[in-house]
Design a protein around this ligand. Sequence first.
Ligand SMILES: [Zn+2]
Length: 180
Amino acid sequence: MRNQLVNINTVNDIFVEYRHTPIALLLEFHNLNRPFASYTQAQLLVGMCMDNRKHLHIPDNFSYIIRSGGANLRYSEFKVSYAISVGGIQYIALIGHNNCGMVNLHARKELFINGLIKNAGWERERAEEHFTSFAPMFEIDNEIDFVVSEAKRLRVKYPNVTIAPLFYNVEDNRLSMIQE
Ligand SMILES: [Zn+2]
C-alpha cells in the first residue's frame, strides 16, 4: 500500500498514537498556532532536509534539529545517538518535503560538476569523482517513501524511541502526517 499524506488542520487529525507527545506538539505549534510554551530542555529531535525553503514555527529550546539532504540521517547517527543518550530525547520527527533536490540527483550531475568547477575552483576530474562517489549515498527516489523507510530503519536501531515520518509542503509551509 502507498504511503498517504494526511492534512493536519485540527488536533483531531493527529494520529492517535502520537497524541500527547512532542510529535503532536510540533504539529500544533507549526500548523495550528498553539501558543508557545517555554522550554528549558529539548523535547524532540527533528531530522529535516537542508533545503532553504523550510522554517519550523516552534518555541526556543523545543527541539534538536539535524539538517541533511533529504532528511537522510544515515550519516548523522552519532548525533542522533547523542540527542537520545545525553539529550534524553524519546521522540524523533523525520520531515521530508516536496521538490527535494535529492530526488533524481543524477539529472543534476552536470550542474553539480560545473558548479564545483566555477564556484569552488575544482578541477573537472575531481568534481566528477566527487559526484560519482557520493551521489548514490544521498540520492532518493521519492521524498515520502524515503522518510518512511528512514523511520522504519531508525525504529529498529532505537526501539524505545517513537519516530514519526512527516512531510513539509514548500508551497504552503504546512506539515502533514504520513499514513504508512
Ligand atoms: Zn530536500
